[in-house]
Design a protein. Structure first.
Length: 347
């Protein structure tokens, strides 16, 4: 391996790791607020890539039908919950959020697609169609068992992933997709050619990470999410609703997964089931941060991307084995470094 090859592999690894970083940060965000290890996070990213590919081909994506079905299920479950609790006064708001708003998004996307929109509008439409999916899944799957153990939530999350894989095959088909690069620019740095797509990926990861930092530190909603992550019972006593905080976390997570899918679509062929590996590799990065630290998750995800890049050069067939083998020493290190009290274990 020459220094030039090493530089190329490092740049490619940083770009891949930047995408994993967005997924890892979103995974940590949802986990800290809701205690759910959201395994389908990578599926949302893959669905975004396939949605954008369908929009580029001037076809209305299956995401629209998926959102409509999920909206109807979430609305039905919310109505049943309100009837049981005797809070029918909240019915108009529930109908607006779980039914009318998602249907309006799908309808607006369908109308705009008839006008043959430019690339920037198609990117916006893809994000609009993807964003409602995670909050709707939260209401259908996780909200009814919100007080369950972390193990139960993880088991349900894994089952939800397999359900989404089947839905992905149904709505998107078995063919892989790859979209056009978002930019054709390139530059040379230290004798190494860097594509504009690579620079865009890294810049997008930095920008969204910075916006997330500003959101948590300088907005009331962000501070309420942090309070819920630190202590759910205490935040409830302060007037913060954990359910609403969880919905906001899923919205932000879905948006970050959407951005990840848009960034990765031009550089990798994405299939309906490609999201699992994306999410799992990002999860390895999140584990580095202990599932609590956003900077730690980002650094770990970039490290995973670099390791995958060099591993693929040495042995493309074993690159995933090498990456996932990293989990073993990390989990051992985390287990030895973390102090657990009896109260935490019982909780």
């Amino acid at each position: 391996m020459t220094s030039d090859i090493a530089a190329i592999l490092a740049i490619d690894g940083i770009a891949t790791g930047a995408v994993y970083a967005l997924v890892a940060i979103g995974t940590v965000l949802i986990f800290t607020v809701t205690r759910v290890i959201f395994i389908p996070f990578g599926d949302i990213a893959a669905f975004t890539a396939m949605t954008l590919a369908a929009l580029d081909a001037k076809r209305f994506p299956g995401t629209g039908a998926l959102v409509v079905i999920l909206a109807c299920l979430a609305t039905l479950i919310e109505i049943i919950s309100l009837v049981r609790s005797g809070e029918l006064r909240l019915l108009p708001r529930a109908l607006s959020f779980y039914l009318l708003l998602p249907l309006a998004v799908v309808g607006a996307a369908w109308l705009v697609m008839r006008l043959d929109p430019p690339l920037a509008v198609r990117l916006l439409l893809a994000l609009m169609l993807i964003t409602p999916i995670s909050p709707l899944l939260d209401r259908i799957v996780f909200r009814p068992i919100a007080d369950g153990t972390v193990l139960l939530l993880l088991t349900v999350s894994v089952a939800l992933h397999f359900a989404l894989v089947g839905l992905g095959l149904l709505f998107f088909g078995p063919e892989g997709v790859r979209t056009e690069p978002l930019t054709s620019l390139s530059t040379e740095f230290a004798g190494v050619l860097i594509s504009g797509q690579t620079m865009l990926i890294v810049i997008a990861a930095l920008v969204f990470s910075g916006l997330l930092y500003l959101f948590f530190d300088f907005t009331l909603v962000g501070k309420s999410l942090r309070a819920t992550a630190v202590n759910r019972t205490g935040s409830r006593l302060m007037g913060i609703r954990p359910a609403r905080a969880g919905t906001i976390a899923y919205l932000l997570g879905s948006l970050m997964a959407g951005v990840s899918g848009i960034l990765i679509a031009p550089v990798n062929t994405v299939f309906y089931d490609s999201g699992f590996l994306i999410g799992l590799k990002a999860f390895v990065g999140a584990i580095v941060g202990g599932m609590t630290s956003y900077p730690g998750a980002a650094i770990g995800a970039v490290g995973v991307g670099i390791l995958e890049s060099f591993a693929s050069f040495e042995s493309s067939a074993l690159k995933d084995v090498i990456v996932f083998s990293l989990l073993i020493p990390i989990l051992i290190w985390r287990s030895l470094a973390s102090l657990h009290s009896e109260e935490e274990i019982e909780e």
